[in-house]
Design a protein around this ligand. Structure first.
Ligand SMILES: NC(=O)c1ccc[n+]([C@@H]2O[C@H](COP(=O)([O-])OP(=O)(O)OC[C@H]3O[C@@H](n4cnc5c(N)ncnc54)[C@H](O)[C@@H]3O)[C@@H](O)[C@H]2O)c1
Length: 441
């Protein structure tokens, strides 16, 4: 592969770790990445439009659970990480990694406006020798079709003067075993030298880098991973509905199937899916395929089944109250856990919010407790605050509804004090006393 002088200069800076790295978006993805590069000895500038995050990073205080302030603070004090709320000085950076949100519009179409906004701020300052990498999850084609023309508009050519790649982030919030450093990183560049430059950069801070042939392939890899999860969760949620009809315990069925040492992988049913990835990302793929007159049937079906789960929970809650000669209207329901995932405080797209709203619409008085998230925003914008988890608050409820199976909950104590429990996560599996009060999804 013939390399341009620009590539050679960038390569030297990366290998000597004198390359200056910019990370756009200091969220769940960007901040851990900034820490990894700083720990590898690079100077990192974090750019985030949220001034509170910028201030907090500059004070060495982490706003992300997976990044300890004790880890961040010395890096800030040593001048390896600094944050700013604007794009000043972007032209001085050698590599810019973009990790901004990629939500969906109400119509479930991709909203890449955050990528476009950051690109519009970077493009006027782009200079020869820079490496730009998109990390935000998006549909195949975004890097080459949307980013490349904007970056080349000033006359610089990707692959010769500047280098462009896509590298999906795989951060799994709360995962103690796999974090940014030891999670293999897929990298696909617009040209072979783009791939090489991006792989070289990540190789300084991340243990294993997996180069692929194009940006589109790298974009698709991320969507396969998340579609795989969404579809399998949809499947197991449907199996849960089937088990309910058949009078079977879906958790026993899953445990039994999982004794097969090959060809089966556990997925669990639950009150629905949440977070920034699984409910959203597959729709990026479905949208792209719609533009090509192809219907992504598995994605649509999984989305329908998973999206229906909060209603299933409300129906089950209503049936339990009915058995006790009570109606949902006027009942007190105590929800345990509002985060979409155990041991995190992330309530983005959390099914708990739908369950709470549906129960309130039916006239229930709903309170909640989550050790990681003390407040939620209702649909009308009101902030609802959590209440303490005490024997008294449990006893006061007609129904205790376990939505998030946080490890810190004492499930035996919860069951002991509760009048009845609907457990959507099989979190009470170890509880032996009071099982008669529990119903599982
Ligand atoms: N959170 C995850 O578990 C996860 C995992 C893999 C991939 N991703 C993907 O990574 C991307 C980022 O996700 P996240 O969870 O880190 O989001 P986040 O909301 O935690 O962080 C994004 C940050 O970008 C900032 N921002 C928004 N617009 C900006 C702009 N124009 N310029 C500078 N900063 C801007 C926001 O203030 C925010 O701090 C998304 O595409 C997401 O799908 C997320």
């Amino acid at each position: 592969m013939a390399v341009s002088p620009q590539f050679g200069a960038l390569e030297r800076k990366i290998k000597s770790r004198s390359a200056r790295i910019g990370i756009v978006g200091l969220g769940y993805v960007g901040l851990p990445l900034a820490v990894e590069f700083a720990q590898a000895g690079f100077r990192v500038v974090g750019i985030d439009v949220d001034e509170r995050k910028v201030r907090s990073v500059n004070n060495g205080i982490s706003h992300i659970e997976d990044v300890a302030s004790d880890t961040l603070k010395p890096l800030v004090e040593d001048g390896l990480i600094r944050a700013q709320a604007d794009y000043k000085g972007c032209g001085k950076l050698d590599a810019i990694l973009i990790a901004v949100p990629t939500p969906l519009r109400k119509t479930k179409d991709p909203d890449i406006s955050y990528i476009v906004a950051s690109l519009d701020a970077i493009a006027p300052q782009v200079r020869a020798g820079q490496l730009i990498i998109l990390e935000s999850t998006t549909y195949p084609g975004t890097t080459d079709e949307v980013m490349r023309p904007v970056l080349e508009a000033g006359g610089l050519k990707v692959g010769r003067d500047i280098f462009l790649a896509f590298s999906p982030e795989r951060v799994d919030p709360g995962n103690k075993l796999y974090q940014t450093k030891n999670t293999p990183k897929v990298v696909g560049g617009t040209t072979p030298s783009c791939t090489k430059a991006a792989a070289l950069l990540y190789g300084q801070a991340i243990e294993h880098v997996h180069p692929v042939s194009s940006t589109q392939s790298a974009e698709m890899i991320k969507l396969l991973e998340n579609t795989f999860r969404a579809v399998n969760i949809g499947l197991v949620n449907e199996i849960a509905l089937m088990c309910e009809k058949l009078g079977l315990d879906v958790w026993e069925v899953i445990d039994g199937a999982a004794t097969k040492p090959f060809g089966f992988m556990r997925f669990y049913p639950g009150p629905g899916i949440g977070g920034h990835c699984i409910p959203l990302d597959p729709h990026y793929l479905a949208w792209k395929l719609r533009t090509l007159n192809y219907s992504a049937r598995f994605i649509e079906l999984a989305s329908e089944i998973n999206g229906h789960m909060p209603e299933v929970v409300v129906r089950r809650a209503s049936a339990m109250l009915n058995d006790a000669k009570k109606s949902v209207k006027g009942s007190k329901i105590f929800v345990l856990g509002v985060a979409y995932k155990k041991d995190t405080g992330d309530v983005r797209e959390s099914p708990a919010l739908d369950v709470i709203r549906l129960l309130q619409e039916e006239g229930a008085t709903v309170s909640f407790h989550d050790p990681y998230s003390n407040a939620i925003r209702a649909e009308d914008g009101r902030i609802e605050k959590g209440v303490a988890l005490t024997p008294r608050s449990l006893k006061a409820a007609d129904l205790v509804l376990i939505i998030t199976d946080h490890s810190v909950f004492d499930y035996a104590a919860i069951v002991k004090s509760a009048r009845r429990v609907l457990d959507t996560r099989n979190a009470t599996r170890g509880v032996t006393i009071g099982r008669g009060k529990i119903e599982k999804l």
